[in-house]
Design a protein around this ligand. Structure first.
Ligand SMILES: CCCCCCCCCCCCC/C=C/[C@@H](O)[C@H](COP(=O)(O)O)NC(=O)CCCCCCCCCCCCCCC
Length: 215
């Protein structure tokens, strides 16, 4: 996996990772979840340095979770479900306000989880878009409906400016690297429900444990 951020992006690979990240009893494997995110970071990197501040943040969050996976408690981080149980049981989560555990697995994964909702909304717009629809508009709408609510003004402004640099729909489809537009749309038709399922399972788990507002 080392250095994979520099290889060519392929949407199918991301789809495969998110597909493999659900266990038969619908637990979410952290390693596969992160593999999906690595693939997305690869995509973002191929769009240019304007998006560097976004991919940098995603990479640092992926790295925090990789470090947990590689730690002596690594097996407790195998799935999102075991991670939540382990961190809560051992009081490793800042439940009220930032303090002792500012970089817990739970709060770190929550940031990626919120971004996954943005991705779901964005990809659904992309899937149903017409040839001359603007990716920047689709991206902004998806962002405003999801992640923006969790970001301060300065981050929202920087993100809003970056969206203007997004390539148009044809070039965007090209970078996805899965063939002609009909094929992209077909793959998106498989990817969106999958991403949505992973999102919902995590959302319900976090809701059940009152973790959705972790600082
Ligand atoms: C393709 C266009 C990409 C646009 C990406 C839209 C999301 C915009 C996110 C802007 C984040 C700005 C960076 C900073 C974020 C942090 O402040 C903030 C809070 O963290 P903290 O509580 O530790 O402080 N971090 C976050 O919310 C996590 C953001 C993670 C964003 C990952 C985005 C990856 C995008 C991948 C694009 C893939 C496109 C897919 C096409 C097939």
């Amino acid at each position: 996996m080392a250095g994979s951020e520099n290889q060519k992006f392929c949407l199918q690979e991301v789809l495969d990772s998110f597909q493999l990240c659900l266990s038969p009893n619908k637990e979410v494997y952290v390693e596969r979840y992160l593999a999906g995110w690595r693939g997305l970071v690869k995509f973002l990197n191929s769009l240019g340095s304007v998006f560097g501040f976004i991919s940098k943040d995603a990479v640092s969050k992926i790295q925090i979770l990789v470090n947990f996976l590689n730690s002596e408690n690594g097996s407790q981080y195998a799935t999102v479900q075991t991670m939540v149980k382990f961190e809560l049981d051992n009081k490793l989560v800042d439940v009220d306000k930032k303090g002792i555990c500012p970089e817990s697995g739970c709060r770190t994964l929550l940031r990626l989880h919120r971004a996954l909702r943005w991705l779901e909304l964005f990809l659904e717009r992309l899937r149903t878009s017409k040839e001359d629809d603007k990716t920047s508009v689709m991206c902004r709408e998806a962002y405003n409906e999801s992640l923006a609510q969790h970001h301060p003004w300065v981050v929202r402004t920087a993100a809003g400016m970056a969206f203007f640099a997004l390539p148009g729909r044809p070039a965007f489809f090209e970078v996805m690297n899965v063939g002609p537009p009909e094929q992209v749309v077909a793959i998106l038709g498989k990817a969106v429900p999958l991403i949505s399922e992973v999102y919902l399972i995590t959302e319900e788990l976090y809701l059940k444990h009152n973790l959705l507002d972790l600082p």
